[in-house]
Design a protein around this ligand. Sequence first.
Ligand code: M6R
Length: 597
Amino acid sequence: MCGIVGYIGNKTIDKELVDGLKLLEYRGYDSAGVAVLKNDKIYTTKAEGNISCLEKILKNEENATVGIAHTRWATHGKPSINNAHPHISSDKEWAVVHNGIIENFGQLKNDLQHNNFTFSSETDTEVIAHLLQQLNCEDKINTVIKTCKMLEGSFALAIINKNIDGTIYLAKRKSPLYISLNNAETFVASDPICFAGKTQSYYSLNDDEFCEAKIGKLIFYNLNGETISKKPIEMTDFDIKIDKQNYAHFMLKEIQETPSILKRIVQTYKDNNAFDKINNQILKNINKIILVGCGTAYHAGLVGASFIEKFAKIEARCFVASEFRYNDPLIDDKTLAIFVSQSGETADTIMAHELAKQKGAITIALTNVLYSSLAKKVDFIFPICAGPEIAVASTKAYTAQISILNMFAKHLCNVRNNTNFNFIDSLSNLANTLKILDINCLEDISKELINEKTMFFIGRGLDYFTCEEASLKLKEITYINSQAYPAGELKHGFLALVENGTHVFVIATQKALLDKTLNGAHEASARGAKLVIATQFDIPKSQLKDIYKIISLQNFDEDLMPIASIGAFQMLSYLTSTKKGINPDQPRNLAKSVTVE
Ligand code: M6R
């Protein structure tokens, strides 16, 4: 959460910084700010709200040579101008932007206050600015290193000093930070997407590494203050231009991209099958597979665990990363652990990985971002090939994740049981025929939902997991209190909440469970629920009278139906959100990349 940008060069600094921030807005949009250095003085501009609010008041300082900027997702202190970054030391010599959480900031703040430092914000970050002043010495990078030694928690920092022109000091622990340069300019960012089209390669700071960044020159240091050398990473993956094209929102564009992403997955895994590394040699020692993720990635893991048990007959369980970490999970060197994360930057997922590694597990990242912190730590990477996902609500990444997990489960079966599943062809068939549902058929339902306060999704087996994901999508971007229930659990609480006219969405794509799911749905309808059924089956006439609407799904093999059915609900959430006047790309209080616990 929070995005950092830095720029040294001869272009209009404020503009360069704001252009960078716009690409990082997915990391938070509670407030934004810039600090630039001009004539030995630091000038800051800050605004509450997203980057466009900052852009309106920017002065576009001429003759500034260096600047840092920040887009904030509030952790300590409400979204306000005072709490917006950059934060400035009392003597106005230092300015700092920060992504992460300083866990010992309470103690540090007390100590600084005893030494007569006064605070103008409620943030944890402000302690860093004052510590820089307190520990200031001639050698500025040394001051930065000494300051960071006092900090506990996570941080990516970009810092400028009013007396040192043309330099940005950088520090990193547990939060990502990247640097890139060409002959005339140096760029800093929380995500290398900001460098696309500007440079050919970039550097990634590791934990407890530091950098003194200047034009044409980067000097890297370790925690002892010794210089270290680092290799650049080629930028080939980032030449993708991030724009909405003609779509009203990124979310709509990303939902519509799904069929082409599935085709890309087919091609990528055909050309270079990442599963091949999980061969008999590895599998003969494995007696359990776990999947770990947060939010949508957790839901993808639930589907994946079910696929693995069904096809490969290997015990598989999925965990929410934040719970996994504190429940002393029973894993060892016979465990294969799959960490599902679109961004590869989710703090809980990364920490869960650390624990799994300590316990000896073999680890895989199922991720969209091959340069991410998670990708750097795992034994194997399964790329999800979804391209940049910008909207806060994950859509195409989910569909990509469950598609790959479907194929992987069949791969495991082939390796373990000598079967001959042609999993690439089955996905290819789906990719070539899948259509994103016609918007018109969902329009009417979305119009009805805008006034709803509560609604439900029910389903069994794989459909229940789709319900969980559909319900999360709706909550995130419409603010409707939506809940998913296993369709067999209705009598254990759910029915007490059903009122006349309550919308209940029934997802029914598994033939063997159809009758039982419909029985539950009719019980809800008898209590006044409006039933909307999403299915590929013809519902028997005798059952139709209770059903308010049917969303007709395309017919694929049942194990592929989670891939085919979720699009309808992503779209329904999108339509409802926009009708409520909400920006689905930036729902309140959320951020795309959850890089703090
Ligand atoms: O980048 P990750 O997949 O690790 O992100 C996990 C969750 O933060 C993410 O899925 C979140 O729940 C989305 N906003 C869901 O739409």
